[in-house]
Structures are given as C-alpha cells and as structure tokens.
Write a protein that binds this ligand. Structure first.
Ligand code: C2O
Ligand code: CU
Length: 488
C-alpha cells in the first residue's frame, strides 16, 4: 500500500471519531456539494487524510480587468482580481487548504491539474461535485505531492478560456538538476468576449485548405480555432513583453505551462538551447533541444544556461492558429541592449532540434513491465462535417465509461483520425507514455499528433473514483471528446 492509500484507509477507519470535530466544515447549503462516489474516499475522509503543515489560501473567482498590452484591456474572469491567477507555491508534503469563493454569475469549480488528488477534491462538475453556485464556497484540501509544475483552472464549460487559470508549483526537496533560480512562464491565447462553442466547418473549411497549419478563415482550420486576438506570455501580448532578467553564468529554470483554451505552442529562446528537465512536473533525464511543443495542459521545465549576453526573444508560436507568437525578453543584467532586434524571433521556432516524445525518460525507474490487464483501443475523431469531437465515435456525456478495477494496469491506445492535435489528459493518475519498451516517461497529458498519429499510455489504477479522461482543447472537450474512467 503506498503512502497515500495508507492515509486514506487510516482516515476512513478514524472517520467516525473525526466527523464533526472540524470547526471549518464546508457550508453545504451554499457550497458545491460533493458527489458521493462508491469506492472512493468520502469528501470528509479525503479532507482529513491530508496531513502536513497547512497552507490556507482563499481564491475568489470574479470579473477582472487586465491590461494585456498598451491600451488593450481584457474584461474577463480571473482569480483574486487578476489574470493569470495567483501562483500557489508549496513545499512537498505541505497540505493545501483552498477556499474557493464564487463571485461570478455562473457556477464554477477548480481542478488541480496534474496533481493526483483524492477523487472528491478533483473539481469535475457532475462527476466529483456539484459546481459551486454564484455566491457559494467550496474547500479543497489535499497533500502537496509529488513535487512538480502544475496548473489549477475552472472545469466548467469554456470558463478556462476566459482566464480562470493559474500556475501551482510544488517545490522538490532535492532537485535532480542544478539551477540557480526559477521563473514560471504561462502561455495562453487571448479571446476578448465570452467564448462560444465552435460550429461545424462548412465545405471549403477543413477540406479547402492547402497547408497543415491553420490559415484562418476558409483555411485548413477555418472554423476550428476560436477568433483569438493574440497570444499571451504571462498575461502580456507581444506588444508589451515581460522581461526575464538573468545574470551571466546563471542557470535559469523556466517552468513553461500551457493552460490555453485551444493553442499548441512551439517554444524557443533566441541564442540559447534548452535542457528539458521535467515533463508535466515529473523529473526526466536531461535532454537538450532547440525547441519543444507545449500543448494544452502540458508543462515542461527547461534549464537555460545564461552564457550568451544580450537581449533575446523568448517566444511561443501557435501550431494550429494564425496569431503572432507570444513573446518575452530574456535580458542579461549587464547587456547594453534592452530589447532584441526588432522582429527577431528564435531560430528554434522554425528549425533546429525539436523535442520528441520518445526523447523523454523518467528519472524514476518504471515498475517491471508486465502485460496490461486491460487495453482500450480508442479512435479520436471529429471536425470534418460535424461539430462533435468523439472518442471511439461517442461524444460525452453520451459515452460509455471506461471501466477499470483497482490495481489493474490499464493501457489506452489512441489513434487520431482527425486533422487536429489532441492533448489527452487523465485526471487523478500519472501514466507512462513515449517509448514504453524502455520505460518511457511519466506524464498526465500527452499530445496525439494529427493525421493518424498514435500514442499509447499506461497507468496503474491506484486512486479509486470517477475520473475524467479528455482532450484538453476546451472546445473539443465541450464538443464531447471526453470519457469517464470509472472504478468498478
Ligand atoms: Cu486541466 Cu480535465 O483538466
Ligand atoms: Cu482535441
């Protein structure tokens, strides 16, 4: 029994004596009531199971106004008055107790993306809890482990694309790679106004394009990408890039995170190579590249060796859209130049060595390979003449749960029959993916390439409950590209 399960069972055994002892029990009347899931710990048991020094945070979901560029004000929704929401930084082993207050006109939830929390804390409306109504509150409590770079975001409808997103970092006790300092880089797409579901492209939409990339209206992805007005890096358009300062000789760790609604980014830095050290927060054997793709829901930590003084562009270009790359400036403290040369973009955006999934190897050795106890072969499709996005032809919620048993090794083999990218994300578990024959990499979100791209993931069913498995493109999720993984 691993530590987490030990704690649950201990808590369950002690539940009778603990119930009612906590003064700050949630006010269910105004709260997003937890949904009891057979086999999963109860909300109270999960809450009591989170031990360790408490870190209390209060998150208010509310309307915000943020300046994303000179004279460009985004009237949208965010946490605690801003966008992106406040970064939560925890030490491994702390206990987070987050009280979420909903001051929006719609119900909401928070999902702790990537952290294998107990089921009642997962924030999926209709699966683990009723959404928090306007004026309501909900307390999420869980142990901060394992260390890594994570996100938290709303899991209701398209709210994520309105700015209800933020980074969460759990700091490791002993990093496997040396660095001097870390910064968080949040990549996002910028959609003024309320997001709306995308409708089916007409003839000449999907079919009429020539290139593989989006060409906007009437192009390959016409009607398939929301009408974004630009791309943001830490909340700023390229017209007002943030500066990341470095000292010569420093090793800078960048936690690159993509909570965007519908954008896969190609990330690179001018004049520097990037050593990838973590994938979705999990330590990997360092691999040095010129660029990497960061899809929706993915996080990569990279270390940059500051050995090339000057002012350089940090840039992230969309793979399927048309907006200009998101940008920041890497600025050496002693450099004469304050900005990179006008219009200069990193070579890595268009060439050089691009990180491949098979390059990634977890530092942690895999459990000895056994045959999966259960395999699901899943086709990912949609987009052509239909506005539904499906897994094996089924659009959630009219979709059969993927039934698993506790303790099983489960394999999901995915084939992408569509022309778009699908970053597939599993809640509550890490899976192994990439080159599985040599152990592969532990992740929670994996990009399945378009046009018959195939990716397999394997996970051990060790966290009972009802869990979402879905494409992290918010519009594909909204159009049905999701399944429930249900313990039976
Ligand atoms: Cu980032 Cu279903 O979540
Ligand atoms: Cu998708």
């Amino acid at each position: 029994m691993d530590r987490r399960h030990f704690l649950y069972h201990t808590a369950l055994a002690g539940a009778a004596t603990l119930v009612g002892c906590r003064p700050e029990a949630p006010r269910y009347a105004e709260a997003g009531r937890p949904i009891a899931v057979p086999g999963a710990p109860s909300y109270q048991a999960a809450r009591d199971a989170a031990t360790g020094p408490a870190r209390q945070v209060r998150l208010v979901a509310e309307a915000v106004e943020v300046e994303v560029g000179p004279g460009e004000v985004w009237r949208t929704w965010g946490y605690n008055g801003g966008y992106p929401g406040p970064e939560i930084r925890l030490a491994e082993g702390e206990r987070l107790e987050a009280t979420v207050e909903n001051r929006l006109a719609e119900a909401t939830t928070i999902h702790w993306h990537g952290i294998p929390v107990p089921n009642p804390m997962d924030g999926v409306p209709g699966l683990t809890q009723e959404p928090i109504p306007p004026g309501g509150e909900f307390v999420y409590a869980f142990a901060a482990e394992p260390a890594g770079s994570y996100l938290y975001h709303s899991h209701v409808g398209l709210q994520l694309d309105r700015g209800l997103v933020a980074p969460l970092v759990i700091e490791e006790r002993e990093p496997h790679v040396a660095y001097d300092r870390d910064v968080t880089i949040v990549l996002d797409d910028y959609l003024p106004g309320a997001p709306e579901p995308l409708t089916a492209p007409g003839r000449g939409g999907m079919m009429g394009g020539r290139g593989r990339m989006g060409r906007g209206r009437g192009g390959m992805m016409g009607g398939q990408v929301p009408p974004y007005r630009g791309l943001l890096l830490n909340g700023k358009l390229p017209t007002d890039p943030v500066a990341v300062e470095v000292r010569r000789g420093e090793r800078l760790r960048m936690r690159v995170m993509n909570p965007s609604g519908a954008t896969t980014f190609r990330f690179a830095v001018g004049g520097h190579r990037l050593t990838v050290t973590h994938a979705d927060g999990e330590p990997v054997r360092p691999v040095t590249v010129d660029a990497l793709l960061v899809s929706m829901g993915e996080r990569y930590d990279v270390v940059l060796e500051a050995d090339n003084p000057g002012a350089w562009p940090i840039a992230a270009a969309t793979v399927e859209g048309t907006s200009a790359p998101a940008q920041a400036v890497l600025r050496y403290r002693d450099a004469a130049a304050v900005r990179p040369r006008e219009g200069a973009l990193p070579d890595g955006l268009t060439g050089g060595r691009l990180l491949r999934l098979d390059d990634l190897r977890s530092v942690e050795e895999p459990a000895p390979a056994t045959r999966p106890d259960r395999t699901f072969d899943l086709t990912l499709s949609g987009g052509m003449m239909s506005s539904a996005w499906t897994i094996d032809g089924q659009a959630y919620p009219d979709a059969a749960p993927l039934a698993v048993r506790e303790g099983e090794r489960v394999r999901l083999s995915m084939t992408n029959h569509s022309a778009m990218l699908h970053p597939m994300h599993l809640h509550g578990h890490f899976f192994r993916t990439g080159d599985l024959s040599s152990g592969g990499v532990r992740k929670d979100t994996v990009l399945v390439p378009a046009h018959m791209g195939r990716v397999a993931v394997e996970f051990v069913a060790d966290n009972p409950g009802r869990w979402f498995f879905h494409c992290h493109n918010a519009y594909h999720l909204e159009a049905g590209m999701a399944r429930e993984v249900r313990y039976v």
